[in-house]
Structures are given as structure tokens and as C-alpha cells.
Design a binder for this molecule. Structure first.
Ligand SMILES: Nc1nc2c(c(=O)[nH]1)N[C@H]1C(S)=C(S)[C@@H](COP(=O)(O)O)O[C@H]1N2
Ligand SMILES: [Mo]
Length: 404
């Protein structure tokens, strides 16, 4: 019988598995054969921690992408105006699961770090690729958690890059690397999670590690989530914001001084400019106050994880748009007196622009808006990130593309 020549794939496979020349055994430090002897570390513990961490990352990724697409919608994206608290929930979950992932990741790294000192470092090509992918996963996961933490701590100066872009793109690296990691480790995880009698001393120790990790995770969550869950507000010891501290009992993200709008906002000649497809209206504060007023109860839900409810009073944006014949399907640009800055303007599209609770607010909690909350008027719309609730509004214009 004639032997068939091996296919290209078979030969490549063999090459990938061909052992690299073995280096001399290292007998120093963590490379010693008996450097790590704890029997607590093992597949079972790592697999369980992985399950918890994977769940936290999954929720964090989905909610993070939601927040990204609300701010950078593409043609297939749709975000409703109701329920009014939906974004508050998704972004609360994003920040909460990101914070919870910190102790989980630390525990998982603890359970696996002796692998860092595997000797030889790479056995063959497949092993090298697998290790490299884990290196990418660990680095990207740490980057996401650290930059997220820096951002919610508002320590922007510590990041010599634009946070939203870096944080967004690294998401895809983490997601891809997790897929590869799960694919590679699935057989191990299945084996490790098979039910087994657990009553040895090691089993009990392992359970203690899990319990300690769960307790640390719960502690992080309970002491921070009060920044958005009102019932837990008294326990909000480490949340980055107390949702009730600030002028009129509301936090301030960017103050009027920081935005350099104090003089313009206080100017008695202030006018709101409304531009429709055919005409422009200029309204003074008195004109605005003479229009039908409405009161709505809506939260400010900041991307940074805190949220605060308030009663806002003012003019319906829908009424203003109707006054200059903006078509119902058109998107508008809401611009601030703030001369510069990324968040000085936002786009308001249906369904938000047409929602009856979307206001150009003049008042909050029964008082005239504080300068820091956007006096003379600010946008407040349901189910929308705080960053799009533009303060110190002075112009609303129909977007050029929507001009019929
Ligand atoms: N013009 C302008 N509006 C803005 C901002 C800004 O920087 N400039 N920050 C936004 C952000 S990030 C948030 S969370 C809310 C906070 O509103 P508050 O300061 O009234 O609580 O305002 C938004 N409106
Ligand atoms: Mo924000």
C-alpha cells in the first residue's frame, strides 16, 4: 500500500506541537520545582472564580456597550425614552460589576500566578500562543478596571489618553481574549466543576478562599452601590459620589466656573435661539417663563455610576420644536453657552425630543436652577446619560441633514 502524504494541516499541526529545545532547569526563586506547594490552588478553585469573574465581565461588557452606543449611535441602534430609569440601571450595573470585578480578578490572579513561573516558559508553538493570549487578557482586563476606576474617581489627569476611546476599544480586546480563553479552557473547566464529595481539609480551605472572595466582593458592592441605589445610600462609604451632596441637594459634575460660563449665564441679555427649517425664534428668560410649564420627576444618571432623582420644572422641548415647525422625525442639536469642551452640546433625537417629559428645565426642586446645575436653563430628558443632559442651553437647532 502506498502511504498518503500528510495534508498541509496535519503537518502544520505537528509543527505547532513540536517541542522547543528544552532550556536548563532553573533552580532559583519561584522557578524551583517546589516553589508553590499550596494544595488550595487548583483547577476547581480557579474554575469557580473564573465563573464569577466571567459573569461580572459579561454584564459589565454588555452594559458598557449600551452606554457607548447611546452616546455614539449607529444606524441599527435604537434607544427608547422609557422606562425613564433604564439607563440608570444599566450604567449602575456597569460600574457596580466593574468594581466587583476588582476583588474577583485579584483572587483569580492569586489562584493562578504560580503559572507565571512555568518552566520552560513555552513548550511549543501552541503553548506559546496560549500563554500570549492569557498575557493579553490579563493586561487588557487590568487596563479596563484601572482606567474605569480612575474615571469614576475623576482622576482624568492620570490617563494620558482619551478615556472613552481607550476604554471602548479595549473592551473588544478583553471580549476576544475571553472567548479564546474559554475555548481553550473549556475541557479543564468541565472537569474541574464536576460534582465531587468535598470534605477534606483542602476542600474546606478552598471554600474559605471562595467565601473570603465573595465577602470582599459583597463589601465593595455594598459600600459603593448606594451612589445609585437610594435604599443603600447610608452605606455609600466608598462610592465616588454622594448623590445628595451639592447645591440644591444634587451633585455637580462640571461647575459653571470650570465651564467658564458664569458671565454669559448671568447676562440679562440672555436669549434662547430656536432654529427650525424656515425660521428662528429668540426667547428671553421671561418669554420662557411665560410658556406652559410642566413638572417631571427624572434622574440625572451619570456615566460615572452615581444617580440622583429630582423634580424639574420648565418648558417641554416638544413645544419649543413645534413653535419653529421642526418636523417630528428630525434630530436637533442642543448647545451650551459653554465656549469649549466635548460635553458642551448634545444631539436630541426622537423618541427623546418628542417625549412629553423632556424639558428645558428652568427650575429644580421648586427653586430657580442653581448656576452649577445649568442656569438659565438645562436639558433634562428621560433614560439618557447625564453627560447628554446639557447645561446652560442657549441654542437648539435642527440638524442640517434633517432640514427638509
Ligand atoms: N454644558 C455642559 N453640560 C453638562 C456637562 C458639561 O460638562 N457641560 N456635564 C454633564 C454631565 S457629565 C453630567 S453627569 C450632568 C450633571 O448635571 P448636574 O451637574 O446638574 O448634576 O451634567 C451634564 N451637562
Ligand atoms: Mo456625567
Amino acid at each position: 500500500m502506498v502511504r498518503q502524504p500528510d495534508s498541509l494541516l496535519t503537518r502544520a499541526g505537528r509543527l505547532a506541537r513540536r517541542p522547543f529545545p528544552a532550556p536548563r532547569r532553573l533552580r532559583r526563586g519561584p522557578w524551583r520545582a517546589d516553589a508553590f506547594t499550596s494544595p488550595v490552588r487548583g483547577e476547581r478553585l480557579t474554575a469557580r472564580l473564573g465563573l464569577l469573574l466571567g459573569t461580572a465581565f459579561a454584564v459589565c461588557t454588555v452594559t458598557g456597550l449600551i452606554s457607548h452606543y447611546i452616546q455614539h449611535p449607529t444606524w441599527w441602534w435604537y434607544w427608547p425614552a422609557r422606562p425613564v430609569n433604564l439607563y440608570r440601571v444599566t450604567q449602575g450595573l456597569h460600574v457596580a460589576t466593574g468594581l466587583a470585578a476588582v476583588p474577583l480578578l485579584l483572587a483569580k490572579l492569586w489562584s493562578t500566578y504560580p503559572r507565571l513561573f512555568t518552566w520552560p516558559p513555552v513548550r511549543d508553538l501552541v503553548h506559546a500562543v496560549e500563554r500570549a493570549s492569557i498575557g493579553v487578557l490579563v493586561a487588557a482586563a487590568i487596563f479596563q478596571l484601572v482606567t474605569g476606576l480612575l474615571n469614576v474617581s475623576r482622576w482624568y489627569a492620570a490617563m494620558p489618553f482619551f478615556f472613552p476611546v481607550a476604554h471602548y476599544w479595549t473592551t473588544w480586546i478583553v471580549a476576544g481574549a475571553i472567548m479564546v480563553h474559554i475555548g481553550v479552557k473549556l475541557p479543564v473547566v468541565r472537569r474541574a466543576l464536576r460534582p465531587a464529595a468535598e470534605n477534606s481539609t483542602v476542600d474546606r480551605q478552598r471554600r474559605s478562599v471562595l467565601v473570603a472572595t465573595a465577602a470582599a466582593t459583597a463589601a465593595v458592592t455594598v459600600t459603593t452601590v448606594g451612589q445609585t441605589v437610594r435604599a443603600l445610600a447610608p452605606l455609600d462609604l466608598f462610592g465616588q459620589r454622594r448623590p445628595d451632596l451639592g447645591p440644591q441637594g444634587l451633585p455637580v459634575n462640571k461647575s459653571a466656573v470650570a465651564a467658564k460660563v458664569t458671565d454669559r449665564a448671568r447676562n440679562p441679555d440672555y436669549r434662547l435661539t430656536l432654529t427650525g427649517p424656515h425660521r428662528t425664534l429668540r426667547l428671553s428668560l421671561a418669554d420662557l417663563a411665560a410658556l406652559p410649564q410642566h413638572v417631571v420627576s427624572l434622574p440625572i444618571a451619570c456615566v460615572e455610576g452615581w444617580s440622583a432623582d429630582a423634580e424639574w420644572g420648565g418648558v417641554r422641548v416638544r413645544d419649543l420644536l413645534d413653535a419653529v415647525d421642526v418636523p417630528a422625525a428630525a434630530a436637533v442639536r442642543v448647545e451650551s453657552l459653554q465656549p469649549q469642551g466635548l460635553y458642551r452640546a448634545s444631539t436630541l433625537a426622537p423618541p427623546h425630543s418628542r417625549d412629553p417629559s423632556t424639558l428645558l428645565a428652568l427650575r429644580v426642586r421648586g427653586e430657580v436652577l442653581h448656576l452649577d446645575h445649568g442656569f438659565p436653563c438645562r436639558l433634562i430628558a428621560p433614560n439618557r446619560p447625564g453627560v447628554l443632559q446639557t447645561k446652560w442651553v442657549h441654542r437648539i437647532t435642527i440638524l442640517p441633514g434633517d432640514n427638509p
